[in-house]
Ligand binder design. Sequence first.
Ligand SMILES: NC(=O)c1ccc[n+]([C@@H]2O[C@H](COP(=O)([O-])OP(=O)(O)OC[C@H]3O[C@@H](n4cnc5c(N)ncnc54)[C@H](OP(=O)(O)O)[C@@H]3O)[C@@H](O)[C@H]2O)c1
Length: 262
Amino acid sequence: MTNEVTVITGASSGIGAALARQLGSKGQQLVLAARRENELREVAKQAGTRALVVPTDVTRRGDVENLRSQALKEYGHVDVWVNNAGRGITKSVLDLTDRDVDEITAVVLKSVLYGMQAIIPHFQERGRGHLINISSFLGRVPLVSHRSIYSAAKSGVNVLTANARMDLKAKFPGIHISLVLPGIVETDFHKVAKTPQIPRAGSKLGFIIVQSAEEVADQIATLIEHPVAELYTNPALVGLVSQYCQDVGKFEENLVRRTGSS
Ligand SMILES: NC(=O)c1ccc[n+]([C@@H]2O[C@H](COP(=O)([O-])OP(=O)(O)OC[C@H]3O[C@@H](n4cnc5c(N)ncnc54)[C@H](OP(=O)(O)O)[C@@H]3O)[C@@H](O)[C@H]2O)c1
């Protein structure tokens, strides 16, 4: 077993659970957080390593602070913190209620802020650490209009991540801050968000190939070994970003022509 300690939020299913299994197979020590304790315990068993389970609702600042405290109490330090918990919603801009906006903002954006504010002071004390925020390609290129508020909240995650990285870079060169931008991944995300068509790994949806949670987890594990500022888990997405930035109007026009809507 290594001395490396990684905290993962949203570890009870999907990408977070796959990452726990992947890091566990490398002998890393884990702290697993989400609301569903039984599922977390099952993932901890599958990870086959020392793993602390901390039931956590990431929309509550106190829960996230407790997660940090439990991790430090158990292991004495944290090397990597992955803000992965999140959920989507299928609603166009004109249909959004105040409640939709508050709920999605809390679980997607505020949770990430809570995680950053909880762990970065510990990294500053140690002079090292790696914070990883799981965003979405939709936070960079909002090409699926029924993901509206979800994509908007993920855009906010992108900004907080970039700004914190800039703030820390000069004084704390040993602290890495990374953003991960997955495309479409086969997980429970799509059931929870009530996606009309559940994507299957390996199939093509619109522009891109659907990935498996394991594939994305492998890439995050590599990111932990070789930190970079941003990781697009599907290389095809990088080309789309430059097309989008070159001419937003033309990009949207082509998309609507191709699909009838996004
Ligand atoms: N799947 C995709 O196509 C896709 C694409 C781009 C980005 N992402 C992002 O990837 C991340 C992981 O999602 P996934 O695809 O692996 O979906 P998932 O299988 O549904 O996993 C979501 C995780 O977040 C946790 N979670 C949700 N609300 C929470 C809360 N209030 N407090 C604590 N934990 C909470 C869930 O656990 P509990 O229900 O037990 O709390 C679960 O462990 C999310 O940030 C998502 O936005 C996914």
